[in-house]
Design a protein around this ligand. Sequence first.
Ligand SMILES: [Zn+2]
Length: 88
Amino acid sequence: MKSKSVGDIVLGNKPEKRRKPIPIETQKKLLIRSKGKCENCGKSLENLKPLFHHIDGNPRNNQLSNLKVLCPDCHYSPDFNKSSYSSA
Ligand SMILES: [Zn+2]
């Protein structure tokens, strides 16, 4: 971790890398939309932890249209692990 210089703080050009957690309400809507299933393979997530994939790779874009509900198998597959994600 680099410490911020005073100049960075004053100029406000600190790198903004923090990811916003997906709001619970959004998570609920996503799970309703997906009917509790993985939106990639259709597997039921009943006994699994649902994972939320950011389609555009931007972890701060928490719009429903940018999020996909995935099972862990799909989430950690090479097709998806190149992008950013948030877990519930
Ligand atoms: Zn899946």
